[in-house]
Write a protein that binds this ligand. Sequence first.
Ligand code: ADP
Ligand code: MG
Length: 460
Amino acid sequence: MPATETAVWDTFLSTIQQSLNSSTFNTWFTKLEFSHVHNNKLIVNAPGNYFGDYVTIQYREEIERAVEVALGEAGELLIRKGEVPENPHPAEPATPSRSIQSLIPARQEPYTPDLSWTTLNAKYQFHNFIEGDGNRMARSAAMACANKPGKTIFNPLFVYGDVGLGKTHLIQAIGNQVVADNPNRKVLYLASETYYHHYVETTKENRSTDFANLFRNVNVLILDDIQFLTGKEKTQVELFHTFNILFQAGKQLVFSSDRPPKDLKGMEFRLISRLGSGFTIDLQPLDLETRSAILVKRAEELDTELPDDVIHFIAANVTSNIRELEQALVHVMGMASLKQMEITLPLAKSALQRIISERPVTIGVDLIQKSVAEFFEIPESKLLGKTRTKKISTARHMAMYLTYRLTNNSKKDIGLFFGGKDHSSVIYAIRNVENSILTDPETGLLVDNLIRRIRQTASS
Ligand code: ADP
Ligand code: MG
C-alpha cells in the first residue's frame, strides 16, 4: 500500500484523537481498520454490523473535520461493515457487486440501473454463522445449496423465521460462498422491498422489460423478506415469470420470509405454491448457551472485556433476537465510554433498560410512516416531501430514526423510502433524535410510546 495512503489514515487518526477523550478514542477509533484510499474516500473496516453505524452517527462532526484535514474538503470516510479480517494486508474488498451491465442484452440506449442495491455483504459467511439447535437444519440446507447451486432438492430454498434470527446472514452466506467458489457465477441478492421499489420505478419509466431482463441470466437469485410483496400483485406476477424461467433453467432460487409460504396472505396462490415447492425450513430462537457464545465472539472481535455476569445478563434478557445482542453490546460499550466507566453489571442494566423491554416483530417502513404521521397529525406525504416547518421536520426525523432502529434497511435505502433523500440527511436525522433522547426525557418517552404503538399494530 502506498506510504501516502497510510499517511492519510495517520493524519485522520491523530486529528480525531485531539478532539476526543482517550477512552472514547480507544473504544471506537482504534478498532477501525484502515483498508485503502480511493477517489478521495478513506475506506476502513468496522467490526460487526452496528459498530460502524454507531461511530458514524455519534462522531459525525469530528469525523468530518478529521477527514477534511487528511484529505481536503471533498474527502469522505467510508466505514464498511463486516469482520475485520485477521490478516489485514490484502485489503479484501466486499464481495464485488455483480456486473449487471453484462447481464443486460445490448440495446441502443443502454439501461443503467443503480447497481448498489444488489451487493452482497461480505460479513455474512458460513464460518461466522454459529450453529445451535435452532438453526442446524437450515444451515445444512443452505450449505448444500451453496455447494451445488440449483442441483439439489433444496431448490427453491425457503427460509423463514422471526426477525433477527439470522435469515439474511444465512441466505447471503450462500451467495458469498457461490461467488467465492467461482467468481464467474452471477449471484443477485435483493431485499424484496428494494425489488418492489425498483420494479415500480422502472415500470413508471416504461422500462419493465429491462427490469425483467436483469434477472434472466443469474445463477443464483436471493430475495430477502418476501412477505413484503404480499398485496403487491403486479410485482408478484413479475416474480412468478422470473421464477419459472430461472427454475426451468436449473438456477438456484433462495427466499426468506417471516412466515411459511402457506401463511403469506395476499400472495397469489400460484406463487405460493412455487415458493413452497422445494425445501422449506424455519429458524428457531437460539438457546442461552448459543446466544452467550455469539456474544463472547462479538466481544472478542470488539476487543472488549465483558465480565461473565454481564454476558449472562445480556444473553438471558435479549432472548429471541440475535441482532439485538450486538446492539445491546454496542449500547453497553457506548454507555461505558460516555461515562468513562468500566463495564459492570449495574452499568449494563441501566444501558439496556429500553432495549430489553422490546419484543421482536417484523415492521415495514410504510407502517412506521403511517403511525408517525398519525401521531403528529400530518399527512403522510409530508414525511416524503421537503417541507421544513418544525413540526414536519421533527416528524420526519422521528420516522427516519424509527425506520433505522426497527427495520433492517440501510441508511441509503431509508433515504430512498423518504422521497429520495440522501444518506447524510438520514444520518443527521438519526443523530438528532438519538441526542435528544439523551438530553430530553420527553423525547425518550415519545420514542417508547411510538415504538409500542407500532409494535402493537404490527403484531395484531
Ligand atoms: P434476520 O434477517 O432473520 O432478521 P439477520 O440475518 O439480520 O436476521 O441477523 C441479525 C444479526 O445477528 C446479524 O448481525 C447476524 O450476523 C447475527 N446472527 C444471526 N444468527 C447468527 C448466528 N447463528 N451466528 C452468528 N451471528 C448471527
Ligand atoms: Mg433480514
